[in-house]
Ligand binder design. Structure first.
Ligand SMILES: Cc1ncc(COP(=O)(O)O)c(C=O)c1O
Length: 444
């Protein structure tokens, strides 16, 4: 990478950092440009190397530059995180999107029009009282009798981002599942937080891997209790107890549970937050079962964490539209929607089962007793997954390669197949095509 010569000036670390910021603002330094090596700039400015190193650290801490080890310090660019739902232009059968089945989502507009809605003005309570009461009632058992408050955020990712920023600062480490939900990876990246990978098997986070992440200094954990995206893993009662034991030894760590599939999950919720954890949140988005456009998550949290979330909402967007909250309440309390969710639960479980059965029948192995929950099936491969996704695309299928979800640099060779709308015929045809591609990649 070219090192551009620019007129950086200053005698102290703060002056040098400020000069670099001015040069970025004026366009003389552009994203991805490598700053001069510490030693070179120190000689040029007649200052100690430590002074330049401190200036570069300030810039990295502020997110203005990135320290790339041997690659030097580079002007940061706006991160472009990968996201769910990337389109494939209708050319391919989309088993990649991570989206729920639109036919299994209720009618939001009809619900918005039902019941009493009076337009709240500034100063109204930020949370619909009936929605909060409904959630408090339902969540009491899940928080094991601990005192908690219910808040409403603009979705799970929003709640997670606000909570991490309330407790952590740039450069802090957060333990997350590896592979990981794309939006969590993106949130950590754009906020300058470091993702510490925790290995996941078909029962969720591995305890020894979580222990290593915490002993390595992670200040928060974001854990998907069930229907882990991308693998479909869900915590067993036994695994959750093991994770609680690990977390109990690190009571200062913030624990965020992302229970995103709650109402349509085929398995019971398992709590990983031990009584020792002081700062915790159980986040339940409605995106997967009422629709992602509601942009709403119910959050149960200890009082301090609830206050942080509340203040961060108030200072910015103030509250989640009470019209949306009203709509969510109408839907969540509607027996017909409960029936729809019962159908969705069965349908999603059946669709992923169809695919796993079809794969196994063709010799494509999945872990013993693998019963993925959620919208995706994860297939570990012992060959280059990108070549396989390319070959599948030539046969008309869009799926995602596992390394996209990697937290570290080395992703697993795997495929994530979204089964949310999978028909039996497509399950069989896809399994045939994947078997053919794996047997003879050249012929694909
Ligand atoms: C693990 C996980 N958490 C949360 C969500 C939903 O996030 P949000 O509520 O921000 O739409 C998803 C959606 O794909 C998910 O896979």
């Amino acid at each position: 990478m070219e090192v551009v010569r620019v007129p950086i000036s200053g005698a102290t670390a703060t002056e040098i950092a400020s000069s670099v910021r001015d040069l970025i603002a004026s366009g003389e330094l552009t994203p991805r440009t490598r700053l001069p090596p510490v030693r070179t700039l120190a000689v040029e400015l007649g200052v100690n190397r430590n002074t330049v190193a401190a200036a570069y650290r300030q810039l990295a801490a502020a997110g203005v530059a990135e320290a790339r080890g041997r690659g030097g310090t580079v002007v940061a660019s706006v991160p472009q995180p990968a996201s769910e739902g990337a389109g494939f232009g209708g050319r391919l059968i989309d088993l990649a999107s991570g989206n729920p089945d639109p036919l299994l989502l209720p009618d939001m507009l009809a619900a918005a029009n039902r019941g009493a809605y009076r337009q709240p003005l500034y100063g109204a309570p930020p949370v619909d009282p009936e929605l909060a009461a409904w959630a408090a009632d339902r969540y009491a058992a899940d928080v094991a009798g601990r005192p908690f408050r219910v808040l409403v955020a603009h979705g799970a990712v929003d709640a997670t981002e606000r909570l991490l920023n309330a407790y952590l600062t740039r450069g802090d480490a957060v333990a997350v599942e590896d592979p990981c939900f794309l939006a969590s990876i993106g949130t950590l990246r754009v906020n300058g937080l470091r993702a510490t990978p925790v290995v996941v098997d078909h029962s969720g986070m591995r305890p020894e891997s979580l222990r290593a992440a915490l002993e390595g200094g992670a200040r928060a954990v974001v854990c998907t209790s069930r229907a882990h995206n991308p693998t479909g893993a869900s915590l067993t009662a036994e695994r959750a107890a093991e994770l609680r034991a690990v977390l109990a030894r690190h009571p200062q760590v913030v624990v965020i549970e992302d229970d995103h599939f709650s109402a349509v999950s085929a398995v019971p919720y398992q709590r990983i937050i031990p009584p020792e954890t002081a700062r915790w949140a159980l986040v339940r988005s409605v995106s997967k079962f009422l629709g992602p456009d509601l942009r709403l998550a119910l959050v149960a949290a200890d009082e301090e964490t609830a206050r942080h979330l509340d203040s961060r909402l108030r200072a910015g967007t103030m509250w989640v539209s009470r019209l949306l909250q009203h709509t969510a309440r109408q839907l969540l309390l509607d027996p017909q929607v409960h029936e729809l969710h019962a159908r969705a639960r069965t349908a999603y479980a059946e669709r992923s089962r169809l695919l796993v059965t079809a794969l196994n029948a063709r010799g494509i192995a999945t872990p013993p007793a693998y019963r993925p929950d959620g919208l995706n099936v994860w297939i570990d491969l012992d060959t280059d997954a990108r070549a396989v996704t390319d070959a599948l695309a030539r046969r008309g299928w869009a799926v995602r390669p596992g390394d996209l979800f990697a937290v570290g640099s080395s992703g697993r060779q795997a495929l994530r197949v979204t089964t949310a709308t999978l028909t039996e015929q497509h399950a069989l045809e896809f399994a045939d095509d994947l078997a053919a591609v794996l047997t003879n990649p050249q012929a694909a």
